[in-house]
Design a protein around this ligand. Structure first.
Ligand code: DX5
Ligand code: ZN
Length: 212
């Protein structure tokens, strides 16, 4: 089944609980929470307190936490104890990635690795047997509402051809029109911010994608 993972960045910050409820009622099963540190990406968002609040409000949703941070190692424990089910770190950081993946697992969460549009799949080939999730960025991370870069979708197919069978997620500019192309390339999770939160009928978008 295709997971639909709404990105909280596109929710109204003043009414985030209300907006999440709307999108969960529309059928979303995974909540994608973008953590930005203003170093790895040129923006700031929120920290473990937001994850904790969402965990409390939505106990049965899977919390997919995307750590766009240069030094995620210092925060792994805080995010997992706050309720993250899955923690994804970036391949572009200068840290000991296998050690962080090991720590995520030892704390009982699933581990993911993500690459920005300019990073090649070959950079993460060595991790494909160690992670439960790979997140392909299809925009330069930092902001919602950008246009999907179609070339990035080729990386999904490359990973499937390498034998990766885990969750393969694509993040950035995914909408009702290009979702099918992403799935055909091998994605089984679609992160969608603007396209879902700005829609009058998110339930239809989700149902149509599930029917692909
Ligand atoms: C970008 C984030 C994405 C983004 C998705 O830095 O990682 O999750 O907010 O939002 P849309 O779907 O609006 O591109
Ligand atoms: Zn994201």
């Amino acid at each position: 089944m295709i997971n639909i993972a709404p990105s909280m960045l596109a929710a109204d910050p003043l009414n985030i609980g209300r907006d999440i409820q709307k999108i969960v009622s529309a059928g979303a099963d995974v909540l994608h929470i973008d953590i930005m540190d203003a170093h790895l990406v040129p923006n700031l968002s929120y920290g473990p307190a937001m994850v904790k609040a969402i965990r409390k409000g939505f106990p049965s949703c899977i919390l997919d936490v995307h750590l766009m941070m240069d030094n995620p190692a210092n925060y792994v424990k805080a995010f997992i104890t706050s309720g993250a089910d899955e923690l994804t770190i970036h391949a572009e950081i200068n840290e000991n990635i296998p050690r962080i993946i090991g720590e995520i697992h030892s704390l009982g969460a699933k581990a993911g690795i993500s690459i920005k549009p300019k990073t090649k799949v070959s950079e993460i080939e060595k991790y494909i047997n160690d992670v439960e999730l790979i997140l392909i960025m299809s925009v330069e991370p930092g902001f919602g509402g950008q246009k999907m870069m179609p070339d990035c979708l080729l990386k999904l197919r490359q990973l499937r051809d390498m034998g990766y069978t885990g969750t393969l997620s694509v993040d950035g500019g995914i909408n009702a029109e290009n979702a099918k192309m992403a799935v055909q390339h091998g994605a089984n999770r679609l992160v969608m911010g603007t396209a879902l939160f700005n829609s009058q009928d998110p339930a239809k978008i989700i149902a149509d994608i599930r029917a692909l």
